[in-house]
Design a protein around this ligand. Structure first.
Ligand SMILES: NC(=O)c1ccc[n+]([C@@H]2O[C@H](COP(=O)([O-])OP(=O)(O)OC[C@H]3O[C@@H](n4cnc5c(N)ncnc54)[C@H](O)[C@@H]3O)[C@@H](O)[C@H]2O)c1
Length: 358
């Protein structure tokens, strides 16, 4: 028998429902390891970082967090954010620090209608709703460049500048990733989304890089759309979408819209990838900590479990990733749904339903 491969996973459940959905993903991973006949296993180390940690220590993570995380094969993350800690503090102190520090420049966010789930779109089917958003994940509007000043001039006089950063290299590498992904899909098509009529520097640079990379991929159909028109197209003609690549902010907003169209934010998964594997990649649900439902045991675990499937794929366990997706689909098709999808399952019951179909 081949030697057992042990994957070392850093687990950061974070705040609110992050604490409730991450355990469901871990149960799925453990079940796969149990069934692997000793082929592979997972070793987890859990970190208590998040808003409670911040209130106790003044930091969202330990000062040496990146050094500690660097040695893991992957990071499995829940969500951060809690009333009492400003959202920009919690986001910058943890998620953005990891994404930028580990150069996780590709954020993949699949949008897919699962069987048994009702879309708010009247004519949606699993066939017409199946695309992936590729989000630039280290620069753009979330580069963190800017500042506030001139408050000394008196009340109402303060000035803030928030700059978008678009580097040719940053645009090119994420756009290339989108094309590589398109070549793996049945329909080879990439749609680039910008707002270069209004943002004439960074987004025009993006457009030019897109056109240059597209010219090297003649086998892939391409389109360039403005983000406002694309928001409408997500709703009106979702069947025309395949791979959608966009800047940090635009793709963030569009993917929430996509997940709502696919039934709920509670099913939207994501992978923050450092494709060159110089650093660990991070896998997390798209949703936040949902303080409005936290502690009730009704959070949908699908986004977290699907994110675990994306992690399996990244770790080279592609068959296992596919079996998790089949199990998720079997569970939703059987109506084992949490309240956000119109069902009555608790988080644990929804997790049980996936395990039962593994
Ligand atoms: N990656 C992250 O860590 C991340 C992402 C987004 C928001 N946040 C933070 O989370 C906090 C709450 O933000 P928000 O309310 O804007 O977004 P949210 O995603 O937490 O919640 C938005 C809505 O979707 C629902 N929802 C989200 N996930 C769900 C799930 N798994 N099952 C059922 N319903 C679900 C919530 O109940 C809520 O009504 C804020 O502090 C915000 O900064 C963190």
């Amino acid at each position: 028998m081949a030697a057992k491969r042990t994957f070392h996973i850093a687990v950061i459940p974070g705040d609110g429902i992050g604490q409730e959905v991450v355990p469901e993903g871990l149960r799925v991973l453990d079940r796969l390891a149990e069934r692997s006949n000793g082929r592979f296993g997972f070793e987890y180390e859990s970190f208590p970082w998040g808003c409670r940690y911040y209130l106790e220590t003044g930091r969202m993570m330990a000062p040496d967090a990146l050094d500690v995380l660097r040695g893991f094969d992957a990071i499995y993350f829940g969500a951060v954010g809690w009333p009492g800690v400003p959202d920009h503090v919690s986001l910058w102190g943890l998620r953005l620090t990891i994404c930028q520090g580990f150069d996780q420049y590709v954020n993949l966010r699949p949008v897919r209608l699962l069987p048994g789930v009702t879309s708010p779109l009247r004519h949606a089917t699993p066939e017409t709703m199946d695309w992936i958003v590729v989000r630039e994940n280290t620069e753009g509007e979330y580069a963190g460049i800017g500042g506030r000043n001139l408050g000394g001039r008196g009340p109402g006089k303060e000035v803030a500048i928030q700059a978008g950063l678009f580097t040719e290299e940053g645009c090119e590498r994420v756009i290339r990733h989108a094309f590589a992904l398109a070549r793996q899909r049945q329909r080879r098509k990439v749609t680039s989304v910008t707002k270069s009529n209004a943002q004439q520097y960074g987004m025009v640079l993006w457009d030019e890089v897109f056109a240059r990379v597209a010219a090297e991929h003649r086998d892939v159909e391409t389109e360039q759309w403005l983000v406002d028109a694309m928001a409408a197209r997500f709703v009106l003609r979702p069947e025309t979408l395949e791979v959608v690549v966009a800047s940090n902010l635009f793709a963030d907003i569009l993917s929430d819209l996509g997940s709502a169209l696919a039934g709920s934010l509670g099913i939207a998964a994501s992978a923050n990838l450092n494709p060159e594997r110089r650093f660990p990649s991070m896998f997390e649900p798209v949703h936040g900590s949902a303080p409005d439902i936290a502690g009730q045991g009704i959070a949908n675990p699908i986004a977290a479990i699907w994110s675990a499937a994306l992690m399996l794929e990244h770790l080279g366990l592609t068959d296992e990733a596919a079996s998790v997706m089949h199990a998720l689909e079997a569970a939703t098709a059987a109506g084992q749904l949490t309240p956000d999808l119109g069902g009555t399952c608790t988080t644990r019951q929804a997790g049980d339903a996936v395990l039962a179909n593994l």
